[in-house]
Ligand binder design. Structure first.
Ligand code: PRP
Ligand code: URA
Length: 210
């Protein structure tokens, strides 16, 4: 199913970082550093449509009108892998609040299991960006948007690095109005729910686990 709000970010610096993330020879240190950089680069596009309000400001010479974001920003990384991508985004929006959502994918059913959830107060008044490098079956992304919608949030965006057609289709079926920003739309899932060509298990590569 085509997704009405899918954005594949093709900026050369984003694509070069994705190359290093895909490379199986990148160690955890290189992987984390590329993830940090790509998160910062992607955030420009992800926040492009944020609304501004005008506000008077006094320069050293005179008064003028400037612009500030209308709403607060809340980042919601899906643990574990989303957390590592969150750091790069925070460098560009340091005032953002962070809500944590712990989900892991059951190895047999591939369904997401929640183990932690802590959102900032009044999250419904903010622009929410959900962060997870991998959109595979889409189960985790759909569940994450469900949790955020349960808090009456109106403005939700989802940012990942690599998406599968299956994950995009599930999001289109469940949350078509939520924009998805990705650095790549890959070919397919394998029998174990891993994205092909993908970049492997993001959490394991970030934290050196297996
Ligand atoms: C990975 C990834 C996503 C999820 C994507 O997390 O970071 O959260 O899988 O898969 P899905 O689209 O099929 O739901 P994982 O469950 O491996 O947990 P981890 O980040 O703790 O390693
Ligand atoms: N989770 C990952 O980390 N990688 C995949 O390819 C699929 C799910």
């Amino acid at each position: 199913m085509p997704h009405p709000n899918l954005f594949v970010l093709e900026h050369p610096l984003i694509q070069q970082n994705l190359y290093y993330l895909r490379d199986k020879n990148s160690n955890s240190l290189n992987f984390r550093s590329a993830l940090d950089e790509i998160g910062a680069l992607m955030v420009y596009e992800v926040t492009r449509e944020f609304k501004l309000i005008s506000k008077e400001v006094e320069t050293p010479l005179e008064k003028t009108t400037g612009y500030i974001l209308e709403k607060e920003v809340t980042l919601v990384p899906i643990l574990r892998a989303g957390l590592a991508m969150c750091d790069g985004i925070l460098k560009l929006i340091p005032q953002a609040r962070v809500g944590h959502l712990g989900l892991y994918r059951d190895k047999t059913t591939l369904k997401p299991v929640e183990y932690y959830c802590k959102f900032p107060p009044n999250i419904e008044e903010s622009e929410v960006i959900i962060i997870d490098p991998m959109l595979a079956t889409g189960g985790s992304a759909v569940a994450a948007v469900d949790y955020i919608k349960d808090r009456n949030v109106q403005s939700i965006r989802f940012v990942c690095l690599v998406a599968s057609p299956e994950g995009i289709a599930l999001m289109a079926e469940n949350h078509p109005e939520v924009p998805i920003y990705t650095a790549a739309l890959d070919r397919q899932l394998n029998d174990h729910g891993y994205i092909l060509p993908g970049l492997g298990d993001a959490g394991d590569r970030i934290y050196g686990t297996e």
